[in-house]
Ligand binder design. Structure first.
Ligand SMILES: Cc1ncc(COP(=O)(O)O)c(C=O)c1O
Length: 406
C-alpha cells in the first residue's frame, strides 16, 4: 500500500502567521475604525529600482525577437550574471564562476541543500531560528519526533541565542558535535550579526570536526559595522568548510521577482568510500536534475544591480529601511524598552518589558497601540520573552508607531 513520507507528519503547524492573522482579524471585526500599523512580516515594500525595471523591459523585448529569443538557460545561471557576482561580491576571495549557482531563492536553496547529506547527519540550528532550516530537515527525516514540552525536535542540536550570549552562540557552548551548522548573519529574527572573531571560531571548529557551515547571508546588504564579515569567505580556511547563500530579495527588492545565488567552493570535499567527493559537483548534478534556471529576464534585472546607477538605487532603498530601523531603535529606547539588532539588519528584537510572554506582548501592542509585530516564541523556544519588529514598513507609519509606543 502506498504510504506518504511520514516525516511530514512530524512537522508542527506553522501557526505563527496564521494565529497573528486570526487575532488581527478578530480585533478588526470588533474595532473596524482601528488604524493598524503592520510591523510583522519580513517583506520589502519599496518598489523595484528603475535600472532593474529597465533591464527587465529590455530583456522582455529580446524575448519577442527571433534573433534574441531565449529558451531554457543554464541551470547554474547565465554567465553574465555569475561573472558580475564574482567581480562585485567576491573580489579578492578567489571564487570562480563555476562555484556560483544562481537560483530562485535562498529559501529553496537553504531547504534543498539538505539533500546532499546523509540522513543521519546531525544538524545544529540557533534557537530562535529562520524556520526553513529546521523544517526542511524534518521533511528529510533528519530529526526525531517533536517534543511538545520543550518545543524541540529530538536529534537536533539547538544553540541558544539570547541576551546572555549576545545572540551569538559559540562552538564551546555546543552540547553535542554537529555535522551541519546553520549560521544566519545578519540574523532573522534577532537582527544581530556575527562578529568576525566569532565566525572565525566557527570556521576553526568546522575544520577540526569535519563539519560543514551553511551560511545564510540574505541580509548582508544591511551590514554597516566594520567587524561584521560580508561573506564567510573573508575568514581564512572557510572555503573548505562553508556554503554561502545570498539573495537579491532584501538587497534589491526581489522578493516577488525571485533571484538568489549559492556559493559552493570546489575545496569542500567529503570522503566517501575512500574517494573525495566535491559538494560543488553534487549540487551541480542536483540542480541539473531538478531545476531549470531562473528566467532570463530576471537575471538581466539582477545584473543591472551591479551597474553604477544600480548600486546607487538599491542603496537608496536599503538606506530607507535602515533609517526606519534607527527610528524604531530610538523610539524603543525613549520608551525604556530594551531592544537588540536593527544596526546591521532590518529587524529589531525587543526584550519584552516585565518578562511578558511573547504572545501577551503581541496582544498588548495590538490592543493598546494597534501595532502588529511577531512574537519571538514563533521562532523557537528561546524566543519566548522576545518580540520582532521589522523596518520594512512605510516611514510615516514607522514614526507613528514609535510615537504610539512612547
Ligand atoms: C534568513 C533568511 N534566509 C532566506 C530568506 C528567503 O530568501 P529568498 O526570498 O531569497 O528565498 C529569508 C526570507 O525572509 C530569510 O529571512
Amino acid at each position: 500500500m502506498l504510504k506518504i513520507n511520514e516525516n511530514f507528519l512530524k512537522l508542527q503547524d506553522s501557526y505563527l502567521f496564521s494565529t497573528i492573522n486570526k487575532k488581527v482579524n478578530e480585533y478588526i471585526a470588533k474595532n473596524p475604525e482601528a488604524d493598524i500599523i503592520k510591523m510583522g512580516i519580513g517583506d520589502v515594500t519599496r518598489p523595484i529600482p528603475k535600472v532593474v525595471i529597465d533591464a527587465i523591459k529590455n530583456a522582455v523585448d529580446e524575448m519577442s525577437k527571433i534573433e534574441t529569443f531565449k529558451g531554457y538557460g543554464p541551470e547554474q545561471g547565465y554567465e553574465f550574471l555569475r561573472k558580475k557576482i564574482v567581480e562585485n561580491e567576491y573580489r579578492e576571495m578567489n571564487i570562480d564562476i563555476s562555484e556560483i549557482f544562481v537560483s530562485d531563492g535562498a529559501k529553496c536553496d537553504t531547504a534543498n541543500i539538505v539533500e546532499l547529506f546523509d540522513t543521519k547527519a546531525k544538524i545544529a540550528i540557533t534557537d530562535p531560528v529562520y524556520p526553513v532550516y529546521l523544517d526542511s530537515n524534518v521533511i528529510y527525516g533528519r530529526t526525531g519526533e517533536y517534543d511538545k514540552f520543550s518545543g524541540k525536535y529530538k536529534n537536533v542540536v539547538y544553540m541558544k541565542a539570547t541576551e546572555e550570549n549576545n545572540f551569538e552562540p559559540l562552538p564551546e557552548e555546543l552540547e553535542e558535535e554537529p555535522d551541519l551548522i546553520y549560521i544566519c548573519s545578519p540574523n532573522n529574527p534577532t537582527g544581530t550579526a556575527m562578529k568576525k572573531e566569532n565566525l572565525e571560531k566557527w570556521v576553526k571548529f568546522a575544520r577540526q570536526n569535519n563539519s560543514i557551515i551553511l551560511y545564510d547571508a540574505a541580509y548582508e546588504a544591511f551590514i554597516e559595522e566594520k567587524d561584521i564579515p560580508h561573506s564567510i569567505y573573508e575568514i581564512e580556511g572557510a572555503k573548505e568548510v562553508a556554503i554561502e547563500f545570498k539573495s537579491y530579495s532584501k538587497t534589491a527588492g526581489f522578493t516577488g521577482l525571485r533571484c538568489a545565488y549559492t556559493v559552493i567552493p570546489k575545496e569542500i570535499k567529503i570522503e566517501e568510500k575512500q574517494e573525495k567527493i566535491e559538494l560543488n559537483e553534487l549540487w551541480n548534478r542536483r540542480q541539473a536534475t531538478k531545476f531549470n534556471g531562473v528566467p532570463y529576464i530576471i537575471q538581466r534585472g539582477a545584473e543591472a544591480i551591479y551597474t553604477k546607477e544600480g548600486k546607487k538605487q538599491i542603496k537608496e532603498n536599503i538606506s530607507y529601511y535602515k533609517e526606519n530601523a534607527k527610528i524604531i531603535l530610538e523610539g524603543l529606547k525613549k520608551a525604556g524598552i530594551k531592544s537588540y539588532g536593527g544596526k546591521n539588519a532590518p529587524y529589531v528584537w525587543i526584550k519584552t518589558p516585565n518578562k511578558m510572554k511573547s504572545w501577551d506582548y503581541f496582544d498588548l501592542l495590538l490592543e493598546k497601540y494597534n501595532i502588529i509585530g511577531t512574537p519571538g516564541i514563533g521562532f523557537g523556544p528561546s524566543g519566548e520573552g522576545y518580540f520582532r519588529l521589522t523596518a520594512f514598513g512605510d516611514r510615516e507609519k514607522t514614526i507613528e508607531a514609535m510615537e504610539r509606543i512612547r
